[in-house]
Ligand binder design. Structure first.
Ligand code: NIG
Ligand code: FE
Length: 409
């Protein structure tokens, strides 16, 4: 509260009005910045900024002035794809993986999503909330300014509602925006092993209306993948949300291509997420659409699968966002600085392209483009004050180093 005047900021990064649309192609190359800058925050609102030359320090009390020489200030990251609400970590699968088992093989022997679902059913709602809250606090302390969180480890109506209620309580408990996604079609429960169609029918016709009625979801999602759910299931889910305020997100092309991307685009999905596998048809359908491609390099790193072809998508005019996919099975890290480094090293994005994908475009991937992702007069979100660093590119370059001095706001 009160007023804080940050002076001698080495560079104030991503200073621009909220962007009405996600950035595409060459727009991604530039991150506007002010060198040797000041920034004034009053009652948690950015009220002014500019070059130090234009600041007259006499107007302020000395106890309001904070000298941050050598440090950068950035808008907080946006994370548009997470599974932050889960019961327990799954490091036993990590060891299986080291011993040579694939994600699919681990899932087949009772690990994977079914493992997390069992753990959810064994934990109380209060305990689930307190674990998720603890994680979310750590995420915010590492530069997170807005987040999407999915259900999906319930696999029953009761447990899915429990997860969604936890997300609703998180919304009230922290001071960053949270978007809630109902991922009812995440895996096929054992009881429906040979009867996927009736499970889909149950989720779409019985669970979804309850979720919508209780106002527990901003989005719906589906794991469109071989051995999980197919295009037909996607269409059913999409039809069920027509004439509701809820929009569609799709996990697709993580392991296989089968037309899921084109179908998601046909269904007007807000985002398609993963895309580690992508063919020409997928690429062309995305290039002609407004659907945002949310790419998740931590998942590729952890599972040892290909990285999504970010550069090709970008060069073809597709709007790309970057997110963590934080979850216990395929991306046990919420660190968006690491996502930034991976996007540069493994996807060959420039530090600027990756940063735009982590801020402005990730904000758009959860319809927060009007309020988050950049620093402007009236910005009420969080900001990252870095440690002393030599340059902007040093941040993803010196991966693994702690770059955060303090979270502002
Ligand atoms: O985004 N792909 C499906 N869902 C998660 C992983 C879930 C899990 O293994 O717990 C993902 O990678
Ligand atoms: Fe995911």
């Amino acid at each position: 509260m009160g007023r804080s005047v940050y002076i001698n900021i080495k560079e104030l990064i991503q200073v621009r009005a909220p962007q009405p649309e996600p950035l595409r192609g060459p727009q991604m190359d530039d991150v506007p910045r002010i060198k040797d800058a000041f920034l004034i925050i009053e009652n948690q609102v950015v009220v002014d900024f500019g070059s130090m030359q234009n600041l007259s320090l006499q107007e302020f009390n000395s106890n309001e002035i904070i000298d941050v020489r050598g440090k950068y200030i950035l808008p907080a990251f946006c994370d548009a794809h997470t599974h932050t609400v889960f019961a327990t970590s799954r490091e036993e699968e990590f060891v299986d993986k080291i011993m040579g088992l694939s994600y699919q093989e681990i899932a087949e022997k009772g690990g994977g999503i079914l493992n997390s679902a069992k753990k959810i059913s064994e934990i109380s709602e209060d305990e689930l909330f307190s674990k998720a809250y603890h994680r979310l606090t750590k995420q915010i302390n590492l530069g997170l300014g807005a987040i999407e969180i999915k259900s999906g480890y319930g696999l029953s109506l009761e447990e899915e509602l429990k997860m969604l209620r936890v997300i609703k309580k998180l919304k009230a408990a922290v001071d960053i925006p949270i978007k809630s996604t109902f991922l009812g079609l995440h895996a096929i429960p054992l009881a429906y092993k040979n009867n996927k169609a009736s499970f889909v029918k149950e989720v779409v016709e019985s669970w979804l209306p309850k979720v919508l009625q209780e106002g527990l979801a901003d989005y719906v999602d589906i794991f469109c993948e071989t051995n999980y759910f197919d295009c037909n299931d996607l269409i059913q889910l999409s039809n069920a949300i027509k004439n509701t305020p809820v929009k569609l997100k799709v996990h697709v092309n993580q392991f296989t291509t089968f037309g899921g991307v084109s179908e998601a685009v046909n269904q007007n999905a807000l985002t398609v997420d993963h895309l580690e596998e992508l063919n020409e048809t997928d690429l062309l359908s995305l290039a002609k659409s407004n659907t945002i491609a949310t790419l998740l390099p931590s998942c590729s790193f952890y599972l040892g699968i290909p990285f999504a072809p970010a550069k090709t998508l970008l060069n073809n005019g597709v709007a790309i966002a970057l997110s963590s996919d934080y979850n216990p099975g395929s991306s046990p890290s919420y660190n968006l600085f690491f996502v930034w480094a991976l996007a540069c090293v493994k996807m060959k994005l420039t530090p600027e392209q990756a940063f735009n994908a982590l801020t402005i475009n990730a904000a758009h991937a959860m319809e927060l483009g009007k309020s988050h992702g950049s620093i402007f007069k009236g910005y009420q979100g969080k900001l990252i004050l870095t440690n002393e660093i030599p340059s902007f590119a040093y941040i993803p370059y010196a991966y693994g180093e702690n770059h955060v001095d303090k979270i502002l706001n």
